[in-house]
Design a protein around this ligand. Structure first.
Ligand code: GLU
Length: 485
C-alpha cells in the first residue's frame, strides 16, 4: 500500500502579531511536510471572535511570504479540503457532536451559568460535576421542548488513564479522573476550540500536528475525541518552550522584556528574514552534523523530527546577530546595498553617496542593519570631539606629535593630483616610511580628524576617499586648529 502523504497544518489565530514561537511552529510544520514530500496547509482559526484583530490575517500572509513558507493549500489559494477559515466551517461541527450524542459518547448539558458558577465556588478545582451526564430521556425532551439553552459535553471516561506518545516528549499519561467532561459545542451552537481543531485536523487529513508544548496537557482530551469517533490519531510533535535570558543571568519564558519577539519587530531591529528563519530553525532542532548556516531549501532536505529537543531553547540575540552578520557577508555588494538603503537614507536622505564604497567598509563588520546610521553618521556630519582623541598609546600618538604629523599629512594630501583610495594610501604610507614613523602614527591622527571619533568602519584611507578631497581637507583643517597646529 502506498504510504500516506504527510500533511501538516499551520493554524494561527489572527491576533495581529507573529511571535517567534508562532513562526517557529509554522517553520517546523513546513519542514516536517517538505522533508517528507508532504503538503503544508494554512488554516486560519478565527472562532474566538473576541480576540480577532483587524488586518491580522494579512500579517500572517505577509509573514509567511517573507519567511518563504509557501503553503500548498489555504484560504487564499484553496485546495481540496476547504474552506480553510474556521469561521467558514462553522456549520460542520454540530453534526459531529450530535453523532456522539447518538452514540452515547456526549450529552446535552442544560446547567445554568449560575449553577456552574456556584459549583466553581463550592468545589475547589473539582470542576463540573457531570450533573446532566445521565439525565433521563423524558427530562431531556422536556428541557429541549422548553427551549432551555444547552452545551454539548463529551463523556470522558471516569476510570483508567489515557496515554499517548509525543514524537519529542515521549510517552505521556494522564488519569482520566482528572479530565473534565469537556464542552464541544457552546450554547450558541459554535464549537469550542478543542472540538473544532480535532474535527478540522481529521477532515483535512492532517497526519502530523506540530504545536507548542503548552498544548501537551490538552492532547489527551483531543485523543479521547479521536477515539470516540474511531479516527486515527495524528503524530504529535510538541515543541520546547522558548526562553529569554534575564538580566540576572536566569532564564524565563521569552517576552518583550528580553527584546523584540515579533517577526516584524525583529526585522525593524535590522535582522534579515532569512537570518531570522535560519536562527529559529535551530531553536529547538539540532542537525546531525552541527551545521549552522542553512538555506530554507537545505532545511527542507535536512530537517528531521528526531533532532528536536524537549529541553527549553534560549533565544539569544547575540547569536541571532551573528547569523545576521553571516548572511550580510554572504551577499553580493549590490544585494548588501539594497538591504542597507533604508538605513543609508536615514543618514543621507536622497543624497547620492558612494554606496559601493560603503559596502566595502560595512559588509564585513555589520551584524545589525539598525547599527548602520550610527556607524555612518560621521560621514554626514563631523561630530563634536575632544582633542584628547588624538592620543593613542598603541599608535604612539600624543598631543606633541599629532599636530606635526597631521600638518605634514595635510600638506601631502592637499598636493595630491588625484583623490582615490590608492593615491591616498600611497601618500600616507610613503610619508610614514620617509619620516620613519609607524603607519599607525600617521593614520591615527588623520582618521580622528576625518571622522571625529575613535571607532569607525574603515580606516583613514577609506574614510578620506569617501569624504572626497574638499570635505577631507576641511576636516583636517579643523583637526589642526583643535591641536593648535
Ligand atoms: N490557533 C492556535 C494558536 O494560534 C493553534 C494551535 C494548534 O496548533 O492547534 O495558538
Amino acid at each position: 500500500m502506498a504510504e500516506k502523504t504527510v500533511r501538516t497544518r499551520y493554524a494561527p489565530s489572527p491576533t495581529g502579531f507573529m511571535h517567534v514561537g508562532n513562526l517557529r511552529t509554522a517553520l517546523y510544520e513546513y519542514l516536517v511536510a517538505k522533508s517528507q514530500n508532504g503538503k503544508f496547509v494554512l488554516r486560519i482559526e478565527d472562532t474566538d471572535r473576541e480576540r480577532l484583530v483587524e488586518g491580522a490575517v494579512d500579517v500572517i500572509y505577509d509573514t509567511m511570504k517573507l519567511a518563504g513558507l509557501k503553503h500548498d493549500e489555504g484560504p487564499d489559494i484553496g485546495g481540496d479540503f476547504g474552506p480553510y477559515v474556521q469561521s467558514e466551517r462553522k456549520d460542520m461541527y454540530l453534526p459531529y457532536a450530535e453523532q456522539l450524542i447518538k452514540e452515547g459518547k456526549a450529552y446535552r448539558c442544560f446547567c445554568t451559568k449560575e449553577r456552574l458558577e456556584k459549583l466553581q465556588e463550592d468545589s475547589v478545582g473539582g470542576g463540573y460535576d457531570r450533573h446532566c451526564r445521565n439525565l433521563p430521556q423524558e427530562e431531556i425532551d422536556r428541557l429541549l421542548a422548553e427551549g432551555i439553552p444547552y452545551v454539548i459535553r463529551q463523556k470522558m471516561p471516569i476510570e483508567g488513564s489515557t496515554t499517548f506518545t509525543d514524537a519529542v516528549f515521549g510517552e505521556i499519561t494522564v488519569e482520566n479522573s482528572e479530565l473534565q467532561d469537556q464542552i464541544l459545542i457552546k450554547t450558541d451552537g459554535y464549537p469550542t476550540y478543542n472540538f473544532a481543531n480535532v474535527i478540522d485536523d481529521h477532515t483535512m487529513g492532517i497526519t502530523h500536528v506540530v504545536r507548542g508544548c503548552e498544548y501537551l496537557s490538552s492532547t489527551p482530551k483531543y485523543n479521547l475525541l479521536y477515539e470516540a469517533f474511531g479516527w486515527e490519531i495524528p503524530t504529535y510533535i510538541h515543541l520546547p518552550l522558548i526562553m529569554g535570558k534575564d538580566a540576572d543571568g536566569n532564564v524565563s519564558k521569552l517576552s518583550k522584556r528580553h527584546g523584540a519577539t515579533g517577526f516584524y519587530d525583529l526585522i525593524n531591529e535590522g535582522y534579515l528574514p532569512q537570518a531570522i528563519i535560519n536562527y529559529i530553525a535551530l531553536l529547538g532542532w539540532c542537525p546531525k552534523d552541527n551545521q549552522e548556516i542553512f538555506t530554507l531549501a537545505e532545511l527542507e532536505k535536512e530537517f528531521d523530527v528526531s533532532g528536536i529537543s524537549k529541553s527549553p531553547s534560549i533565544f539569544d540575540y547575540d547569536k541571532l546577530s551573528w547569523f545576521n552578520g553571516e548572511y550580510l557577508k554572504a551577499m553580493t555588494p549590490e544585494e548588501f546595498t539594497d538591504v542597507c538603503m533604508p538605513y543609508y537614507k536615514k543618514v543621507f536622505g536622497d543624497r547620492e553617496m558612494p554606496f559601493e564604497k560603503f559596502a566595502e567598509i560595512l559588509q564585513k563588520r555589520t551584524t545589525k542593519l539598525t547599527d548602520i546610521p550610527e556607524m555612518l553618521g560621521f560621514f554626514a556630519e563631523l561630530p563634536e570631539y575632544d582633542k584628547e582623541l588624538f592620543v593613542n598609546k598603541k599608535s604612539k600618538t600624543n598631543l606633541e606629535n599629532a599636530p606635526v604629523v597631521l600638518r605634514e599629512a595635510y600638506e601631502r594630501l592637499k598636493a595630491l593630483p588625484t583623490w582615490d583610495n590608492t593615491s591616498i594610501h600611497d601618500c600616507l604610507i610613503n610619508m610614514a616610511v620617509e619620516k620613519e614613523l609607524k603607519n599607525g602614527t600617521v593614520m591615527w591622527p588623520v582618521r580622528i580628524a576625518a571622522a571625529g571619533k575613535t571607532v569607525t568602519p574603515g580606516g583613514a584611507v577609506e574614510i578620506l576617499d569617501i569624504l572626497g578631497r574638499e570635505e577631507s581637507l576641511r576636516r583636517l583643517e579643523i583637526g589642526l586648529e583643535k591641536l593648535g597646529a
